[in-house]
Design a protein around this ligand. Structure first.
Ligand SMILES: Cc1cc2nc3c(=O)[nH]c(=O)nc-3n(C[C@H](O)[C@H](O)[C@H](O)COP(=O)(O)OP(=O)(O)OC[C@H]3O[C@@H](n4cnc5c(N)ncnc54)[C@H](O)[C@@H]3O)c2cc1C
Length: 900
């Protein structure tokens, strides 16, 4: 041990926090401890300080009890005692409105004496430098450099900033400084014995008491001397007891009360802040000194327990344990909250009584703190004390069962996908006497209509509700389908297809968007994979309905399959009136009560349960944070412009440097989904199968129909496990399997296409590869292309990003429909080779450009995209999280967990 270099720890400030820390570091081996204090001696002017039983508990555990008892005039007993009394005193007939009892009561010390006692216990090896005022410090990777006003320059490994509310050390941290609270105090000493003689029945003699009014802000300078007359005048009209106290103060002074705006962290790499330097308390809370001592104690004990070599983890653990912003509301609620200190131990704060206890060990080992919620969910707070993940329950099938209502809603929304698939699968054109050009036009109008629908949905979804937009899309789709079903001429059919296409295209944007916004995080992938499930189901239904109606005489053979598609659309229209609104959009519109109600419904909680449930509160606050970000980043700029130019700016932003990479992921996932060759198989399945040597109408149709069924079966395990397996493994594995399948089919065609009848085994192997391809597609690009876009975009860009990605589906779908017949005509082997190359490129693209979005935070996704949008957004987000109380909630939950 003696060979190891000692860790140099410097404490700035010899106040209550700094001294306690020095005492708590007493037993820490292998450190070199130095304390710097600006004053010429370690004494603090001031009167008494109140110490709560909790603080007393660890002062005892540091071995200070014996000495402290000698300076405690009233002595100490474990009996419950009145700790604080709160009176409404701004009237002659003042009254007590709240009392706090605590084990042993609140202990009142003379500040100077407690500081002397602490000083006595500071270890001998600690060097104390008085009259050393730190003027600034610099932190580097290897050390902290300190510059003092007297010209001294020193370095240390760890700096503990205990330099009070006007801290110099804090300047190295991002902070919003101190502010005047609007309150002022008269401060001074009252000789107790004289006072007791004059007013023997005065309540202040029984214990700590606060005389309050409703709190009116006061203006005035910082600190100045005051007169008794001034104090009496200020409180004229208050109850008599107040005047008696004020009239007895010797040399009153008048102080303004300052407070420190909440910090984001109390530690940097090598610096830890302690006490008022990071979380000042206003004096009427009677807790600042106790908290400063707790900080010092916890930090010291962590070092002693874990050993100085673990200093990095220690600072993180300290931050986690002592991060105070969550405590402020509890403090501020003192007079009204009966929970506060109800057990007399200070439920407001969390302290490892012994730094070696299991939770602290957990933190020192970098393990997260897990908070279990009453409904079976969990919130995991990571050791840095800020980042967290939460789940309402398990992933996979069990998670879907638990979230059955959200599942039901997603199933309803996915009916949009069913219509999309049905339109792709249904084969009615062979029943019309139309030319190949007209056939191509028939496909094109649907896809162009869908393209328009997909893009318009991105605008409507934000400006109106998701549900209303879905409702309108279904109506449009029904109008188009009715026109097709009742067509009297080819023109009717074209117009019907174009109108129906607008509806289908809009639904293909809106359904995934709505599903993403109602899904609990742990089954988001599964619920969104339902879109692909519905599409494939639509394809299968369309194909087989077309198949079974093909021999019906007359126009019924095409009117029936075209008319049947109205049924799911009507079901969705009805469903839209029952579906809960997207809570996210409600929050965006500022309708918070409705948002909570919708969230409660989706997560199967009663409204009362939802108000209490931390998981719902977290999800709701996250939504508010995202909504606030949208308003702050874009709101003002866009509100000031016309609706049209605001839309234009929003779309343009997708291609700006901050979002370009995500936009490319959205566009390219759709590109590769289509260029994998799947729709070529669906559109031209019969031709392809004929090309690999199978003949006979029924066999061809059955093989093509089988493609849909294989896809349908392949997507089932994805729904169950996509959140466990992740998106990238599915995409990479799928693209390799697709490449191999296409490549093999191409080779088989080259080798045996001249005479398939003589090589029927090879022909069937070819069919096997067609199915292998279909299964691989059904487990990878099929479903994941619907999941990924809404995950890579932050909420502010989501609806437009998803719309653009869906538009890419339709553009590429259109191109494939146009190109495949030509390439097949030219060379079947070449066509499959083209798709093999596209699938291989998809593999390379996924490997290098696609982030894993399952269970990944926005910051981590940003890291993957190396985009500054992420950093900027995370700074803004952190600020908003703080303002809205999300961070406070997380910290409080973790604390409750440790305390429990
Ligand atoms: C009127 C009033 C009444 C209060 N009553 C109570 C109470 O009853 N109970 C309670 O718990 N709390 C009370 N508090 C709050 C409590 O006093 C503070 O929260 C507590 O003192 C904070 O301790 P600290 O060690 O963080 O800071 P401080 O006690 O302010 O100590 C900071 C030390 O650092 C030194 N220093 C500052 N800058 C430098 C520098 N640049 N270089 C070197 N040294 C430096 C200072 O000289 C000082 O010694 C009260 C506060 C006020 C104003």
């Amino acid at each position: 041990m003696s060979n190891t270099k000692k860790l140099r720890i410097a404490i700035i400030g010899g106040g209550i926090g700094g001294l306690t820390c020095a005492v708590a570091l007493r037993d820490c081996p292998n450190i070199e401890l130095t304390l710097y204090e600006q004053a010429a001696q370690i004494t603090e002017i001031g009167a008494g300080i109140t110490v709560w039983p909790r603080t007393w508990m660890f002062l005892k555990s540091m071995g200070l009890e014996e000495d402290l008892l000698t300076i405690l005039p009233e002595g100490y007993s474990d009996e419950p005692k009145l700790a604080f009394e709160f009176r409404m005193s701004d009237r002659k007939d003042g009254f007590t409105f709240h009392k706090i009892y605590a084990k042993g009561g609140a202990l009142c010390f003379h500040r100077q004496e407690i500081q002397k006692t602490l000083l006595k216990h500071v270890p001998e090896h600690c060097r104390i430098h008085l009259s050393h005022r730190l003027s600034r410090c610099e932190e580097s990777e290897d050390c902290v450099k300190m510059y003092f006003e007297n010209g001294l320059e020193e370095t240390c490994d760890i700096l503990i900033g205990a330099d009070g509310i006007k801290s110099v050390t804090r300047e190295l941290f991002q902070n919003n400084g101190i502010f005047y609270t609007g309150s002022q105090v008269f401060r001074g000493l009252i000789p107790k014995d004289d006072f007791a003689k004059s007013y023997p029945t005065h309540k202040a003699l029984d214990g700590p008491i606060q005389y309050l009014d409703e709190g009116k802000p006061v203006d005035g300078p910082t600190i100045r001397s005051a007169t008794t007359e001034e104090a009496l005048h200020e409180f004229s009209g208050w109850e008599v007891e107040v005047g008696q106290l004020l009239g007895s103060i010797e040399k009153p002074s008048r102080w303004v009360i300052r407070d420190l705006r909440p910090m984001k962290t109390y530690v940097s790499r090598r610096i830890a802040l302690v006490g008022d330097s990071c979380h000042n308390m206003t004096p009427h809370l009677g807790a600042g000194a106790g908290q400063a001592m707790e900080d010092g104690y916890v930090l010291g004990r962590l070092f002693s327990t874990a050993g100085p070599e673990k200093w990095e983890r220690i600072l993180q653990a300290y931050n986690h344990l002592r991060f105070m912003s969550a405590l402020r509301p509890a403090y501020q609620a003192i007079p009204s909250s009966s929970d506060f200190c109800s057990d007399g131990s200070g439920t407001y704060s969390r302290l490892p009584n012994d730094a070696a206890n299991s939770e602290t060990r957990q933190l020192l080992n970098g393990e997260p703190v897990v908070h279990s919620s009453t409904h079976g969910g969990q919130i995991t707070v990571h050791p840095n004390g800020h980042s967290y993940t939460y789940t309402y329950g398990p992933k996979g099938l069990a998670g879907l069962a638990l979230n059955r209502y959200a599942l039901l809603c997603a199933v309803f929304a996915s009916i949009g996908g069913l219509s999309f698939g049905y339109d792709q699968g249904v084969d009615f054109m062979t029943r019309w006497p139309i030319s190949p050009l007209e056939e191509g036009f028939m496909t094109a109008v649907l896809e162009l209509g869908a393209l328009v629908g997909a893009l318009c949905a991105g605008i409507f979804a934000d400006n109106y509700s998701r549900r209303f937009s879905m409702f309108i899309s279904c109506i449009i789709f029904c109008i188009g389908s009715t026109l097709q079903c009742g067509a009297r001429s080819l023109l009717h059919l074209f117009i019907g297809r174009a109108i129906g296409g607008v509806g289908v295209g809009a639904l293909s944007t809106l359904s995934p968007l709505y599903m993403a916004e109602i899904s609990p995080p742990e089954v988001r992938g599964s619920l969104m994979a339902l879109e692909q499930f519905a599409i494939v189901l639509g394809v299968v239904l369309g194909f087989w309905l077309g198949y079974f109606t093909r021999d019906i005489p007359g126009s019924a053979s095409w009117r029936i399959p075209l008319g049947v598609q109205i049924i799911p659309a009507v079901i969705l229209i009805l469903g839209c009136t029952f579906l809960p609104a997207s809570p996210r959009l409600l929050v965006l519109q500022g309708r918070y009560d409705e948002a909570i109600a919708s969230l409660a419904q989706l997560r199967l909680r009663s409204l009362a349960e939802a108000q209490e449930d931390p998981l719902i509160q977290i999800e709701f606050l996250e939504m508010r944070v995202e909504a606030a970000m949208i308003h702050r980043r874009f709101g003002t700029a866009e509100n000031s412009k016309s609706a049209l130019s605001a839309e234009w700016i929003a779309w343009k932003r997708l291609f700006g440097k901050n979002y370009r990479d995500r936009t490319m992921v959205g566009i390219l996932i759709a590109f590769f989904q289509q260029w994998s060759g799947i729709n070529a198989l669906l559109y031209y399945g019969p031709i392809l199968v004929r090309n690999i040597g199978l003949s006979g109408g029924n066999v061809t149709l059955l093989v093509s129909g089988g493609i849909g069924i294989v896809q349908f079966l392949a997507v089932l395990p994805v729904i169950a496990y996509i959140d466990k397996w992740g998106r990238r493994p599915l995409l990479r594995g799928g693209s390799i399997a697709m490449t191999c399948s296409h490549f093999s089919i191409s080779i088989l065609i080259i080798l045996f296409a001249s005479d398939w009848t003589a090589h029927s085994t090879a022909a069937w192997i070819g069919v096997g590869f067609v199915y292998t391809f279909t299964a691989a597609y059904g487990m990878s690009f099929g479903p994941v292309a619907w999941v990924l876009p809404s995950e890579v975009f932050p909420l502010s860009m989501r609806s437009k990003g998803v719309a653009l990605s869906t538009a890419s589906v339709w553009v590429n779908n259109f191109l494939i429909g146009l190109i495949t017949p030509v390439t097949l005509e030219w060379s079947a082997a070449g066509t499959f080779m083209m798709f093999a190359v596209a699938s291989f490129l998809a593999y390379i693209w996924v490997t290098y450009n696609v982030p894993e979005t399952a269970n990944v935070s926005l910051e981590e996704i940003d890291e993957m995209f190396k985009s500054s949008a992420g950093r900027e957004e995370s700074i803004l987000k952190a600020q908003i999280e703080e303002d809205l109380g999300l961070r406070a909630l997380i910290v409080r939950l973790a604390r409750d967990e440790v305390r429990d």
